[in-house]
Design a protein around this ligand. Sequence first.
Ligand code: IPM
Ligand code: MN
Length: 353
Amino acid sequence: MKLNIALLAGDGIGPEVIDQAVKVVNAVANKFNHEVNWTSALTGAAAIDAVGEPYPDETHEVCMAADAVLFGAIGHPRFDNDPKAKVRPEQGLLKMRQKLGLFANVRPTFTFPSLIDNSPLKRERIEGTDLVILRELTGGIYFGERGRKDDGNTAFDTCTYTRAEIQRLAKLGFEMAMSRSKKLCCVDKANVLESSRLWRETVQDMEKDYPEVEVSYEFVDAVAMRLVQWPSSYDVIITENLFGDILTDEASVISGSMGLMPSSSIGLHTSLFEPIHGSYPQAAGKDIANPLATVLSAAMMFEDGFGLKEEAELIRSVVNKSLAEGIVTEDLSGKDKKAYKTSEVGDWLAANI
Ligand code: IPM
Ligand code: MN
């Protein structure tokens, strides 16, 4: 099969972790006789520095022409403490989500048997955790009307959702629940917010089309609590953009390191695959960041982007093997064990494919 992949390394550790995923994808392609055609393009602070824009039109064209986008990370600290900065790397990410129509962000959380004790939570609480948060990604407060009034002394951001936006996300959630354990949890704040009441009403209306799926409705504050108490009680969670942003960061550390969890964003035009973690600027250029979240995102790309399940399974099994054999970066090695470099982990994975 011919695989046309747009490669957006981005900022911070992005380029380093992306390099390892490229090694692994090339090794898999070689083994299964696929032809990979990589096209690199600029995003984030790197693009601002080069062309003054975090998601340039040329980059958008590269993404539109690709079968899938593999993405590193975006963000640079020099923008974070400058509230008046005119362009920010993150704007590139939002523009990209909007222009590619990436309406559903799939963020799984699962545990690795060899890493159970790396989790900040107790073993008995997290064993068996295998959940997916489906975060709506192109609506809500991220894209609502915002501004200042009262001579700049009042600021507002608005959260708007249409029934159609909720339906297309919820449809994916129901379908995903059908292919897993038939449990769906709709997370909202319907005791306060009108937009949440529309979410609940819309999902309730859809229940009759999926009679086998057991649906629960929970408030986001309660879910934030239950996710650390009994994460294994959840299967598929659907939620709006901002709640999903917060809950997926919370869920991502359950596995033991921020550097482990992959994600995909399902789009109207093309789909995008990226690690859940950010650009980790403190580690940039040091060859110490954990590349596994990006490598596992490449596995999601094979399975969900190209429908190549065997290739995805091979990547996952090699990742499991690396963890079991202690071929890990410093976030996982612990004090007394050897920490491998980012590039060494990538080389090891590619060699074991
Ligand atoms: C994420 C990030 C982004 C978001 C930021 C960088 C704009 O936190 O992908 O979760 O808030 O969506
Ligand atoms: Mn986030």
